[in-house]
Design a protein around this ligand. Structure first.
Ligand code: NAD
Ligand code: LMR
Length: 342
């Protein structure tokens, strides 16, 4: 009733407060790897969304307690737990968004690619189940190495005949969150105002913050530019080293993934003004998967914002050229992995 009484324009202007008042949340979200370091705080943040009616938590162990705990929060979504392969299909039936933080994290001295041998198989198995049970869902992959796990997912979905490139995302929101934070700190800006597009991939030099496209525009000396770019590229390692063997970013990652989930739900709900950076199948460059800013809509990626790659500085052009061979090799590694499976 409340919904019908509000005119569309008023609805848009008051999106946030309106969402909070909305009496009937309707979207269903599954987290695969929900009992982990990212999974738990992500589940908590997602549980706070007024747009969700059901939150499905899946893991191979320890998920019952997480779900029992979370289910006591008096927010709209019903929390259900699913443990082990025999319950995987049920965790996915009828859901709109699947978020995947399942897999092992880095320890000091490791690259993200060092996780390939374990995480590639985990992602492949989970995506097979997604293809069989909720092929229309938005699929959001956090498991590293993202540069390879997203192409793996794409190949599995193709083999199953259900690949929609507009609905498969590598979650790179944390790179944007970090870039915004570091630039705001360096330039004494209000955090809420800063927006830096980050393109390329999600590992080392493949992470390319386009600092010349920062909003509001900032002026950086060559030294500041280099220092900020390198800090953003190495921020994951900064956390891995600070945690001295206890894993990688979990809390900031959960925050970033929750932002991406919420943006996706707003897009699904018809908000026509949702933009996020993410790693997708792309024709923006000659590299087949590439992170860039996109407009999200009801059917997933509605438009790729190509203007971000126009008018780059010499520094950014050089960095873009340098990242392409590594990104291409990681993509090919993921595709080969699927094709070499018996
Ligand atoms: P974690 O070890 O704390 O949690 C991983 C969870 O996955 C565990 O609960 C584990 O039981 C579960 N799991 C393992 N195999 C599974 C399977 N087959 N099915 C379902 N669940 C399974 O690790 P974490 O710190 O939460 O990190 C998870 C992944 O996210 C890592 O690969 C890490 O590198 C990646 N990560 C990505 C980003 C990013 O920006 N995209 C940021 C941080 C971490
Ligand atoms: C990150 O950027 O924090 C993640 O990709 C985890 C990692 O291994 O650095």
């Amino acid at each position: 009733v409340l919904r019908q009484s509000v005119k569309p324009n008023a609805l848009k202007q008051n999106q946030r407060s309106w969402s909070f008042l909305q009496p009937q949340a309707s979207y269903k979200v599954t987290i695969l790897g929900a009992a982990g370091g990212i999974g738990q705080p992500l589940a908590l943040l997602v549980k706070m969304s007024p747009l969700i009616s059901a939150l499905h938590l899946y893991d191979i162990a320890n998920v019952k307690g997480v779900a029992a705990d979370l289910s006591h929060c008096n927010t709209p979504s019903q929390v259900l737990d699913f443990t082990g392969a025999s319950e995987l299909a049920d965790s996915l039936k009828g859901v709109d968004v699947v978020v995947i933080p399942a897999g092992v994290p880095r320890k000091p001295g490791m690259t993200r690619d060092d996780l390939f041998n374990i995480n590639a198989s985990i992602v492949k198995t989970l995506i097979e189940a997604v293809a069989d049970n909720c092929p229309d869902a938005f699929i959001q992959i956090i498991s590293n190495p993202v540069n390879s796990t997203v192409p793996i997912a794409a190949e599995v979905l193709k083999q199953k005949g259900v690949y929609d490139p507009k609905k498969l995302f590598g979650v790179t929101t944390l790179d944007v969150v970090r870039a915004n934070t570091f630039v705001a700190q360096k330039k004494n800006l209000k955090l809420i105002d800063v927006d830096v597009p980050v393109v390329g991939g999600h590992a080392g030099i493949t992470i390319l913050p386009l600092l010349s496209k920062t909003k509001p525009s900032v002026s950086l000396s060559d030294e500041e530019l280099q220092e900020l770019t390198m800090r953003i590229q190495n921020a994951g390692t900064e956390v891995v080293e600070a945690k001295v063997g206890a894993g990688s970013a979990t809390l900031s990652m959960a925050y970033a993934a929750a932002r991406f989930v919420e943006s996706s739900l707003r897009a699904l709900d018809g908000d026509g003004d949702v933009y996020e950076c993410c790693y997708i199948q792309s024709e923006l460059t000659e590299i087949p998967f590439f992170a860039s800013r996109v407009k999200l809509g009801r059917k997933g990626v509605e438009a790729v914002i190509s203007s971000d790659l126009q008018g780059l500085t010499e520094y950014e052009e050089k960095a873009l050229g340098a990242l392409k061979p590594e990104l291409k090799a990681s993509i090919e590694k993921g595709i080969d992995f699927v094709h070499k499976q018996p």
